[in-house]
Design a protein. Sequence first.
Length: 95
Amino acid sequence: MIYKFKSKAAGDVIMLQPHGEQLLRLIGREPGAKGIIEVAAMPGVIQALQNAAAQGEAPTDGDGERGVGLKQRVWPMIEMLKRSHAAREPIVWGV
């Protein structure tokens, strides 16, 4: 499954299932095929993602190369949340 987060205020954010589910759990949501983030909840969601990103570490592969960490994975969603909040538009997925 692919998560496609949509808002009228920003471009779509697309994530593979494991990463989309991780993001939803970080913001206190149960992963599901459909959902919405209301405008009123966005400041708390932004803060939760920023806190998680600040605590996350960039993984390394066997050769010591840095991989994609949580900070890089949640950055597009944080930007979408900021733009959607400013425009007072909800974010939906699965609809």
